[in-house]
Structure formats: structure tokens, C-alpha cells
Design a protein around this ligand. Structure first.
Ligand SMILES: [Zn+2]
Length: 182
């Protein structure tokens, strides 16, 4: 079973064993960037989760040392109108069933520091790098920015709205942390 700690961008595979003497044991495979956890079957999942969270700073170091992030480079035609229109159309198609507030304008940007941005004058910019995202990931980016049309902050009310639009937002946020934009 795979578990995710979205706040720090870590996922781990948990395997239970009867009378496992080590209690909880964590190993890391750099090639896959994956944490494997073996635990005694008497330790509840919530305790394992607590343990993993307490060690998170160490695990993040292990991850970064091995640079398991996937690098994305824009395709050569990314500045063309065709590319931009195609990406915008994909965004609009994904939002077919979305009936919340809409932006006044949608743009493609070339930022390497954000996937999407929503300005106070209701302009939503989508980074050209979103081209590489899966539909689910791109949908999360879109719902994140559209939630900013209601809440211009990242307080709990904002995240509750994102979760309403996109119930698996935590997993998707974690997945997005696995990319570096070049
Ligand atoms: Zn935001």
C-alpha cells in the first residue's frame, strides 16, 4: 500500500510483517526515489505515519541528494500560436464540467517558477510547461487558480475549495513536486 505525505512531497510503500523485530524500518532506493517501510503488524498505520512525518526532514535530504526530480524542457515550437492555442483548448476541455467562477482572460506564460497564476484582475496564466502534465495534474493546476478567483490566499478556506473542485489535490500536488522546470 502506498502512502503520501503531501506537505513534504514524499511517498512510501508500507509492508507489514508478523513479529517484525525492528519495529519500523525504512529503506530508500535512489534509482526510483522510493521509500520502502517494513513494520511490525501490531503497529497501526497512524503510528507509522507519525513516525514517517517525524523523520521527514531527513528523508527530504535523502531525496534531494539523489536528484530524482524529472527535468522538463519546453519543445521548440512552444512559442508558436498553435502551441499556445492547443494548450489553452486542452485547459478549456478539461473544465467542461466545472461550473464555478471563470477568469476574464486566459494566457500562456513561460514561467519556470509556477504552473499557474491568477492575478487580482482575474487573468489566469498557465505555464507552457503544463504541456507535459497529465490531464489530472493539469486539472489540479486549473482548479487551484480558479479557487483564487474566490480566495486570493492559501489559507484553509482556499484549500477546502480546491479540494471541493479536485478531491485528489493532495496526491496531485505531491506529483507536481517531482518536476524541475528548465
Ligand atoms: Zn495559489
Amino acid at each position: 500500500m502506498t502512502y503520501v505525505i503531501p506537505e513534504v512531497g514524499i511517498s512510501y510503500e508500507l509492508e507489514y510483517f508478523e513479529r517484525y523485530k525492528a519495529g519500523i524500518r525504512v529503506t530508500f532506493s535512489p534509482a526510483e526515489g522510493k521509500f520502502n517501510v517494513k513494520a511490525d503488524s501490531r503497529i497501526p498505520v497512524t503510528e507509522v505515519d507519525k513516525f514517517m512525518r517525524s523523520k521527514a526532514p531527513l528523508f527530504v535530504k535523502w531525496l534531494n541528494k539523489n536528484e530524482t526530480k524529472k527535468e522538463l524542457t519546453l519543445p521548440s515550437d512552444s512559442r508558436s500560436t498553435t502551441f499556445k492555442n492547443k494548450l489553452l483548448k486542452r485547459c478549456m476541455d478539461l473544465m467542461n464540467d466545472y461550473d464555478g467562477p471563470r477568469a476574464d482572460q486566459y494566457k500562456i506564460s513561460y514561467s519556470k517558477t509556477y504552473w499557474g497564476r491568477c492575478s487580482a484582475d482575474k487573468v489566469i496564466s498557465i505555464s507552457a510547461y503544463c504541456y507535459y502534465l497529465t490531464d489530472d495534474q493539469l486539472f489540479y493546476v486549473l482548479m487551484h487558480e480558479h479557487a483564487h478567483l474566490t480566495h486570493m490566499h492559501h489559507k484553509p478556506a482556499f484549500w477546502n475549495l480546491v479540494e471541493l473542485y479536485c478531491p485528489n489535490q493532495k496526491t496531485l500536488r505531491y506529483e507536481l513536486k517531482g518536476y524541475t522546470l528548465k
